[in-house]
Ligand binder design. Structure first.
Ligand code: AMP
Ligand code: GLY
Length: 420
């Protein structure tokens, strides 16, 4: 099998690392990849949004399977273009990617399919949105209706904060979605889907805030833990019935079946799980903590999803926990410096039960330097979360990146008991 992964983050490095072990694999490319993916695959100099370029490369290289990491090329029609060229793509068509690309589309589908989610309203006039927030009161959640990499969301704790968020997001040209605030533990559920059937791909807990104790601004994710505490496999399976299979039915009914990985962001509230959002891909950094726990070969599973053959499929998992700590450039999620030295990567990778996945890194004169906000994910595995966490932070300690920071509490928090 000749496989092409599209993307350049820690998620794509983890995907490449997992697929590189498959006995079915003949050749693995990553476009554009990063210095980490270059150690397990061949990087191809193509932008993720260069759809014609990716399809042309896949045709020229007789690629059997394309695995897109991020959502943007899917929303832009990568899977559609690959289908036209007769090449398998483990990701949804542009129409099905609207589950992530448009919050309003996802919310409408939830309402139609009876999927529990926060009450919501969409506004094109910021004055109406501000008035709605004032009427409802805080806490309240203000979102831009479109792709925003988790950064177009403000959980406002006062009406004034909500009004400011409305003005800022509207100034960027976005329609505004205002939502009821959901309280609880947040978990990420992943399902591999073939248009009709869904197979559990595990669950993880992301840590979205920049600072320890869940303080500071929302980010793309500062660390993750799998399995998440308080969300056992039985609950994950039940959530497939509640949050994934109804979507597959609804999407198929609309003539836009969903193939690929469906990521349900759930809030475990006192009255049960509720949907925060759908994504149409693996999470980052969730992929980095899920894939090290996967015992089964990932490649046949992705092929089965593309070929509509998941009905009889199941995946085996190692009885381990995995904790992933993101090393980010100081200042992230705001402006960051690039080109800062990152040393000690070999030392970290040599720590037992540690894997280091690259994201925003580059090579300069043969040395690794930072090139983005999230620079590395350092993952530790172990028989339980506590030992996985120790291993992860041993790996972090081996890395010398003075321009970076990380949270010190990934995997440390006991899950809050659900409110009575
Ligand atoms: P989203 O991009 O929709 O995932 O939102 C980013 C983050 O904002 C989520 O991961 C949650 O932590 C938070 N969030 C979004 N919607 C809500 C909500 N209705 N209630 C509470 N928190 C939310
Ligand atoms: N970690 C959240 C995301 O990938 O959207």
């Amino acid at each position: 099998m000749r496989v092409l992964i599209v993307g350049s983050g820690g998620r794509e490095h983890a995907l490449a690392w997992a697929l590189a072990n498959s006995p079915l694999l003949d050749k693995l490319y990553v476009a554009p990849g990063n210095p980490g993916t270059a150690t397990v695959a061949e990087n191809v100099f193509l932008s993720v949004l260069d759809i014609a370029g990716v399809v042309g490369f896949a045709q020229a290289q007789a690629i059997d399977l394309v695995v897109p990491g991020p959502e943007a090329p899917l929303v832009a029609g990568l899977a559609d273009a690959l289908a036209q060229a007769g090449i398998r793509c483990c990701g949804p068509t542009s129409a099905a990617a609207a589950l992530e690309g448009s919050k309003a589309f996802a919310k409408t589908l939830c309402d139609e399919a009876g999927i529990p989610t926060a009450r919501w309203e969409r506004f094109t006039d910021p004055a109406d949105a501000r008035e709605f927030c004032a009427r409802r009161g805080a806490p309240i959640v203000v979102k831009a209706d479109g792709l925003a990499s988790g950064k177009g969301v403000v959980v406002a704790h006062s009406v004034q904060e909500a009004a400011e968020a409305v003005d800022r997001l509207a100034a960027g040209g976005a329609a505004i979605v205002v939502e009821e605030f959901l309280q609880g533990e947040e978990v990420s559920l992943f399902a591999l889907c073939d248009g009709v059937h869904a197979v559990l791909l595990g669950a993880a807990q992301d840590h979205k805030r920049a600072g320890d104790g869940d303080t500071g601004p929302n980010t793309g994710g500062m660390g993750a833990v799998s399995p998440p505490a308080g969300f056992p496999v039985a609950a994950q399976e039940a959530a497939l019935d509640g949050f994934v299979r109804p979507v597959l039915r609804a999407m198929a009914g609309r003539g836009t079946p969903f193939t690929g990985i469906l990521f349900a962001g759930l809030m475990l509230t006192a009255s049960g799980p509720m949907l925060i959002e759908y994504n149409v891909r693996l999470g980052d950094p969730e992929a980095q903590v899920l894939l090290p726990r996967l015992q089964s070969d990932l490649l046949p599973a992705l092929l089965a999803a593309c070929d509509g053959e998941l009905a009889q499929f199941s995946l085996r998992w190692l009885p381990t926990a995995c904790v992933g700590v993101v090393l980010a450039a100081r200042g992230y999620p705001g402006d960051v410096a690039r080109g800062e030295p990152v040393a000690g990567l070999d030392r970290a990778a040599a720590v037992p039960h540690v894997a280091v996945f690259h994201a925003g890194t580059d090579l300069r004169d043969g040395r690794v330097v930072s090139s983005g906000g999230r620079v590395l994910t350092v993952c530790g595995t172990g028989p339980d979360t506590a030992s996985a966490r120790e291993n992860a932070y041993r790996g972090v300690a081996a890395i010398d990146y003075p321009g970076g920071y990380c949270r010190t509490d990934i995997g440390a928090r006991a899950p809050a008991p659900a409110a009575p």
